[in-house]
Design a binder for this molecule. Structure first.
Ligand code: FPP
Length: 250
């Protein structure tokens, strides 16, 4: 008798480094911004694909602190696309009960982007089924510096004790304070770097690298990354035997 296949474990939180928009455009003789435009479509399809597959939280690395160094017209184009995307997507977020959150120094983004972010975040704050987190003007090192500064100020104000210096207490000052750590981090386009993304939070995440360029990324690619995640053994520092015996006693 053949055994039933083991049920798939869907990672609660998937984070994606969306890469390859520029190469996608270049290979078609198009300007880079066209790659980003197609990338926005993939943001939309992936958000709903994640929800359909049972992922509760999706974090997308949309603009890093280093991305400001790109040509000015590309940065301006990305900001316009972001504003347009948020305006266009609000009704869909509400219809499909998607909560929007951000991480990163969003107060440094253009005023128009900040305004539409505020509107969308407020309008979707009460949804609990599915959360889309956009990492905007985000970089882990900057985040850690900001958190260390806030933590030091809290110690000086007597709100934190210096000898209670666990990661749990420090992590309350990160921009991800109320978000669970990612279980699965995916990077598209064949690059195998982490690029200053969720360095602390991804400490125990599984990584999947796919050669697919971000504009070509589909629900099937996401499902395949989840299948790969299911082939991994997450040990969190324990031995394989310890994990098996704790699973057997459950
Ligand atoms: C990397 O591709 C992608 C980015 C730097 C930005 C990602 C942005 C989007 C998908 C569109 C805007 C996002 C939202 C949420 C509206 P790359 O330009 O580095 O590609 P390359 O390595 O092939 O040049």
């Amino acid at each position: 008798m053949s055994q039933a296949p083991a049920p798939i474990t869907v990672p609660h939180h998937v984070a994606i480094i969306m890469d390859g928009n520029g190469r996608w455009a270049k290979s078609r003789g198009l300007p880079r911004i066209e790659g980003h435009r197609r990338g926005v479509e993939t943001v939309r399809t992936t958000t709903f694909a994640a929800r359909d597959l049972g992922v509760k939280m999706l974090t997308l690395y949309a603009f890093s602190v280093e991305n400001w160094k790109r040509p000015q017209d590309e940065v301006g184009g990305l900001m316009s696309l972001l504003e347009y995307y948020l305006q266009k997507e609000l009704d869909t977020f509400i219809r499909d009960r998607v909560r929007l959150r951000t991480i990163g120094r969003t107060h440094e983004l253009p005023a128009g982007v900040q305004k539409v972010l505020r509107t969308t975040i407020e309008a979707t704050a009460h949804f609990t089924d599915c959360t889309l987190v956009l990492a905007l003007n985000y970089g882990s090192r900057t985040e850690v510096v900001d958190a260390a500064r806030a933590y030091a100020a809290a110690v000086a104000a007597g709100k934190e004790k210096l000898n209670d210096n666990s990661y749990a207490s420090f992590s309350r000052y990160l921009s991800t304070a109320d978000l669970p750590d990612p279980d699965l981090v995916i990077r598209t386009s064949g690059e195998t770097r982490i690029s200053n993304f969720l360095l602390l939070q991804a400490a125990y995440a599984e990584f999947v690298f796919t050669p697919t360029l971000w504009p070509d990324f589909t629900k099937a690619d996401l499902a395949s990354a989840i299948a790969e995640y299911n082939r991994r053994e997450r040990r969190f520092g324990l031995t394989s035997e310890q994990l098996k015996s704790s699973a057997a006693t459950k």
